[in-house]
Design a protein around this ligand. Structure first.
Ligand code: KG4
Ligand code: ZN
Length: 328
């Protein structure tokens, strides 16, 4: 079965063709970084306009790279929630149109479920597994008991981890997205140079990153001469410690040894190393997707769409995007 996945939930226009839920035939992501860079974050209206320009070329690209025609597709899977509503609208309207005109089934995919399915593109994970999704819009931990069976264990109460990375990069005078910039700087810095706070919410596996961000702001104001590399490394260590600590606690409480990471922040080298070390120490089975599958892509949407399509879960022309939609 060949599924075309489409994702326009945020600032990347992505399309991919995936065979039987796990083999990527072709995948393309058109990044908008150069548009949003000077603003230090995503400007939603500019994102939607760019999606309109790019959606056809990106879909054309994945079809021609795979030497396929639209009529060869078994289904079209599109992200319909959650995300920026104007951006989602472009992908959903496009997918509905080509589905209707070509009489190909349409499948609606939750972007967060897509991130979970990025793991299935490279691994055959054993259920149940714990998944940490840390991206620019979301930071949450789920237990995945089966396909489509998710229990939310914790979530951020304020900023997402990626959002914190982007804001700290902006404070340090860098552009968007800040995550990869901080990641590179941190390699040359001392993670113990500054003791940034590690928020711990009582009786909960939830996160809070806004205090950490404010703490970085005050540190820069009071100590303008601190090396940016040390700020980056110390900030990264604080984020990583908090994310790893919650996953460890959930693993111990639930006695689950299968752990997966997803979302843009999972591309972070410090986070990946810390999770690899914890996996070796705790004897976890760690499912760590390649960096290009951590950040937004459409192969993960096609993979999730495949499993939904197999269960007969198709959408019709009444499908509308939703800015907010919890997974569990
Ligand atoms: O998953 P994603 O591509 O889009 C969302 O669904 O949000 O995640 C984007 C986020 C951005 O905040 C970006 O700064 C962050 O992931 N990111 C990173 C790294 N690469 C991307 N954060 C830390 N280290 C990285 N290497
Ligand atoms: Zn995402």
């Amino acid at each position: 079965m060949l599924i075309l996945g489409i994702d326009t939930s945020c600032d990347d226009t992505a399309a991919a063709i995936v065979e039987n839920g796990h083999r990527i035939i072709s995948s393309a992501v058109s990044s908008q970084n150069e548009i949003h860079e000077k603003y230090g974050g995503i400007v939603p209206e500019l994102a939607s306009r760019r999606h309109i320009e790019m959606i056809w070329p990106v879909v054309d690209d994945v079809l021609s790279n795979a030497s396929l025609k639209i009529s060869d597709l078994s289904a079209i899977a599109v992200t319909y929630a959650p995300g920026l509503i104007g951006s989602l609208l472009v992908g959903v309207c496009f997918a509905k149109s080509i589905s209707f005109v070509n009489n190909i089934p349409l499948v609606a995919v939750n972007h967060l479920e897509g991130h979970i399915f990025s793991i299935f593109l490279e691994y055959t994970p054993q259920f149940p597994f714990i998944v940490l999704i840390a991206s620019g819009g979301h930071t949450c931990i789920y237990i995945v008991s089966d396909f489509g069976n998710y229990t939310e264990m914790g979530r951020t109460r304020d900023d997402a981890a990626g959002e914190a990375y982007d804001k700290v990069a902006k404070l340090l005078g860098f552009g968007y997205p800040g995550g990869p910039i901080i990641d590179n700087l941190a390699r040359k810095g001392d993670p113990s140079a500054i003791a940034f706070p590690r928020a711990r919410l009582r009786n909960s596996f939830d996160f809070s990153f806004s205090g950490l961000k404010t703490s970085v702001l005050y540190h820069i104001k009071k100590n303008p001469d601190t090396r940016k590399e040390d700020i980056a490394a110390s900030f990264q260590a604080a984020v990583t410690d908090v994310l790893l600590a919650r996953v460890r606690e959930i693993s111990e409480k639930e006695n689950i040894m299968n752990v997966a990471l997803s979302g843009g922040v999972s591309a972070n080298s410090g986070l990946r190393n810390s999770f690899r070390n914890a996996a070796a120490e705790k004897r976890w089975e760690l499912y760590l997707p390649s960096r290009s599958l951590c950040t937004d892509n459409a192969a993960m949407i096609a993979s999730s769409g495949f499993y939904r399509f197999k269960r007969g879960e198709t959408a019709d022309m009444s499908l509308n995007p939703k800015a907010y939609l919890p997974l569990a």
